[in-house]
Design a protein around this ligand. Structure first.
Ligand code: PHE
Length: 340
């Protein structure tokens, strides 16, 4: 190989120092391999060609090649230092936006449930829970609902297996509490219930209820009205009107539904209250003697009242949420709005 062409190759290699000075981290790695790589680096190949030269040529070309090698190594090292310093400087860039930390929040329905139970605790109610998978007996029969009652029909109820359902209301916990504890009884029972309802803006197949139960000697409908007045005035506002409408449930007699003044329009009529000016918040009534009987409570000595309300619906009204499904989709953009 002629020394002249080796000279040209060395000159071209030396000229790459310009590229080294401008390289980013990746390009620098590539250049190191391309020029100085032990296997196929351009400079390595020149050094490999030395044995084919005359001793004089070998000395001149060898010296020049080694000098270029040292220069390139120095240039690459210097550029490497520069890049590292730059990275460190970038790592403490005080103008960089801060990372956002995720903060947890109490779900709006959980918050409503807790507030409701807290208000009833002031009236002496204990908070208890019961199973979501229930027998037909507790979900229906012990509550004076015959199995051929429409509520017990397959259309409303999820069956897990014959005789076992996902509870359609929290009322079966009434029976469980009465069987286990002697009067006086004062409990609230929050929990999930399941119905074969459509999934639309005002229905979900799973939702929360809070059951209430009071059993003692001499409990009357007046006690019930007083407790509900207290609850409404503390949960909504002191000037919120309440009304009791006659209704029917197999497990209470007499039965009532409780309405409060629409919290959206304050009674003038709007789409939330379907122009009635009122919002239904619970079903309720005096415990039916047949229920006392099936739960081993002496119906001669004791009377009681029970109620069941839907904290999910109440959360919709309180926070102005337009679609019940938003409560169950766990969309962080929705939930983050309830962070304190
Ligand atoms: N369990 C009834 C329902 O789900 C509500 C209710 C509870 C009514 C207690 C009366 C007494 O609709």
């Amino acid at each position: 190989m002629a020394p002249a062409s080796l000279d040209e190759r060395l000159a071209a290699i030396a000229a790459r120092a310009h590229d080294v000075a401008r390289a980013d981290a990746r390009q620098l790695d590539d250049l190191r391999t391309e020029l100085l790589g032990r296997k196929a680096g351009a400079l390595t190949e020149v050094l490999r060609a030395l044995p084919s030269l005359t001793p004089d040529e070998r000395r001149v070309v060898g010296q020049r090649a080694n000098q270029i090698k040292r220069e390139l190594e120095a240039a690459i090292g210097a550029r490497q230092d520069e890049l590292t310093r730059g990275e460190r400087a970038a790592a403490v860039d005080l103008t960089m936006p801060a990372r956002t930390a995720w903060r947890g929040a109490i779900h709006p329905v959980t918050r409503v449930v807790d507030e409701i139970c807290d208000i009833f605790r002031e009236l002496g109610f204990a908070r208890v829970v019961g199973p979501e998978a229930e027998t037909e007996e507790y979900n229906f029969t012990k509550l004076n609902i015959p199995l051929d009652h429409p509520a017990a029909d397959m259309h409303d109820t999820f069956y897990l297996k014959p005789g076992v359902v996902l509870r359609t209301h929290t009322s079966p916990v009434q029976a469980r509490v009465m069987e286990r504890y002697p009067p006086p009884i004062r409990v609230v029972v929050p929990g999930l219930v399941y119905r074969r309802d459509p999934w639309d803006p005002s229905h979900a197949p799973v939702f929360e209820q809070i059951e209430g139960l009071v059993v003692d000697e001499g409990v009357s409908f007046v006690d019930f009205k007083a407790a509900i007045d207290y609850f409404v005035h503390h949960f909504f506002s002191a000037d919120t009107a309440v009304r009791f409408r006659p209704s029917f449930f197999p497990f209470t007699e007499p039965s009532a539904e409780v309405d409060v003044r629409c919290q959206m329009c304050r009674g003038s009529g709007c789409s939330t209250c379907k122009q009635t000016g009122w919002m239904e918040i619970m079903g309720a009534g005096m415990v039916h003697p047949a229920v006392f009987e099936s739960c081993g409570i002496d119906a001669e000595r004791n009377t009681g009242y029970a109620f069941g309300m839907g904290p999910g619906r109440i959360a919709l009204v309180r926070y102005g949420i337009p679609d019940i499904r938003m409560l169950y989709q766990n969309d962080m953009r929705f939930l983050a709005q309830f962070a304190e």
